[in-house]
Design a protein around this ligand. Sequence first.
Ligand SMILES: *Cc1c(COP(=O)(O)O)cnc(C)c1O
Length: 438
Amino acid sequence: MLELADKYPIISDMQKGQEVIWFNPKINCDETIDLTDADIEDARQRVERFAPYLKKVFPETAENQGIIESALQETPRMKAALETYYEKELEGRLFVKCDSHLPISGSIKARGGIYEVLFFAEKIALEEGDLTIADDYSILAGDKYKQLFSNYSVSVGSTGNLGLSIGIISAKLGFNVTVHMSADARQWKKDLLREKGVIVIEYEVDYEKAVEEGRKQASQNPNCHFIDDENSKILFLGYAVAAKRVESQLKERNITVDAEHPLFVYLPCGVGGGPGGVAFGLKQIYGEHVHCFFAEPVQAPCMLLGVMTGLQNKISVQDIGLTGRTAADGLAVGRASGFVGEVVGKRLDGIFTVEDNQLFQFLSLLAKEEHIEIEPSAAAGFPGYFYTQNNQNYYNRIGRQAMNQSTHIVWATGGSMVPKDEMKGYIEKGNILRKDQS
Ligand SMILES: *Cc1c(COP(=O)(O)O)cnc(C)c1O
């Protein structure tokens, strides 16, 4: 590891637990990969086919006709609060993408996680049931299909939110479902899943081990579909659909994205599938005019480490002496997805890290200023709005005029399912930290 720190001096700052920002020196959006616009469109159509089903079994999705989507909210008061916080004027318009309030499971996992279970269910229903893709999928809520799905199981390893999403949708469809939860997973997520009839297996170890155990157990059952957060292209495409929705949401507001009006998106990253899928989709639409940054905890910068060194999933944060532990439970991952690192790494504009204490401060600010309540992981994107403007080289590369006309989206990845008391505790913690700082 000594040579690595020589080659990448930023690693010694990371080892000290300091916040860092890395701008990708070799960004390249032209390299072709084996996923295309047609794949994203196929995924978009599949979720559309399921809309009548979702509308029927999850009444909270009825408002949006069974399409799982969140608001893109402009947050001018938060922008002003960040200017005070950083003692710097910040350019452009600031938006929060409220995946924290996605229906069904209250996190970004309601995109990829739910999508992969729907994909699996559709395949079974087409092959073994009499479903055709022209049908109204609300028939899948009937006993006949529940019976059919009960011959199959779904299994997943998770830090919490993925398990929550997959557990809820799988149980609803009628699958037997097992969630392997890492030590970081919050108790209320396990309790909620058990209430819904999901088998929850708890591990005293981290995410990597929970996934490994889950994979091993699933491999012994041919009727079990293991959802592989690290390697699944299906999951990834489920997330990528978000980009098309953001495109429409920006159009509705008459917001242009081009060289003179760049778009910046700040995405909290755990294993990488969620932010990777979204970033991939956005780059397919906007190319070099969208600037995607990932955000990671100072103790769990697995994607930064993998992408910067090119070692991808062959290096873990523990290899450089970090713990991987963080209050951002959704981001508590020590080793990134190699698949995402390969596919999206080159297209990323940069990756930065955030201290846990900052997460609480941002979530309390957001609650106070905009009345949007999010969990710690979901607050990781906010410093990006400052970093992209504070780095003189980067700022100059974008140009003053363009930065002035820019749009910034902080992707708030989770929160609405957090129990009230727990959320109150998060916000109070942030309030105290902010007072101490000022
Ligand atoms: C899972 C999760 C992320 C990151 O998604 P990955 O696919 O693991 O990178 C971010 N925020 C929250 C709240 C999450 O649950």
